[in-house]
Design a protein. Sequence first.
Length: 271
Amino acid sequence: MIRNQAEAEHEARSWRFSHAIVRQPSLSVSAGLRTGSHADPDPAQFRLDHAAYVNALRDTGATIIELPPLENFPDSVFVEDPVLCLAGTAIVLRPGAPSRIGEAAAIAPSLETVFENVLHLPGEGFVDGGDLLATDHELFAGLSARTDEAGLQALTELIEPLGYPVRKVNTPPEILHFKTDCGLLDSNTIFSSRTLAATDCFDGYRVIIAPEGEEAAANLIRFNDKVMVSNGYPKTMALLAQEGYQVVPLANGEAEKIDGGLSCMSLRFSL
């Protein structure tokens, strides 16, 4: 059982983790939601890519908790959307896509075996974890097609007592989730698409802009000493290596067909 040590968690660097929760892709993943007319992902290849992703997390020394697939929920591999892990607390969210709301109830029992403190988003608003980016001292929260004002207000009331103020962002409408176009590189540095950075939402942080044509690489993960990036973006990998980061390229083509990025597929936290 994880101890509820909000202060210690708050002081920890936001990119250092001892644990991650992942969920294996279901065979039904081929029916996952998507905003475009992409081809269906191949379930077998998705599972191979996901296994490599899990191994990359484990290779950093973290403990990985693997949950079984949920065939009734094609998008359930994207375990980050129904939960926020912050300051020793797990908050069960309410995803904005109707077909995904049941994922929150399905994961709650697993969270209760790990976290001492499990909260549930009150009210009737919606919040997707893909719209939330935690830094050392605050939480970026993006309004989007999947996260509304009522949901963010309810979430703010839950997490501000944990010591995290909320910085609300109006995500540009062409961006599905706030974190579709950004990722945390270290305590003071954010990697972002030019479109999202142009909103000036990252005031006070150093921002590295994704190279033109490689905006999809912005959904990356800093996990301990590694920066995990979807492969196929050589300019991004070269830029990050030049900046001194240890880059790990990962195949993510199947997940991208259903609007999935690397951050979507794990819940990252520390004991």
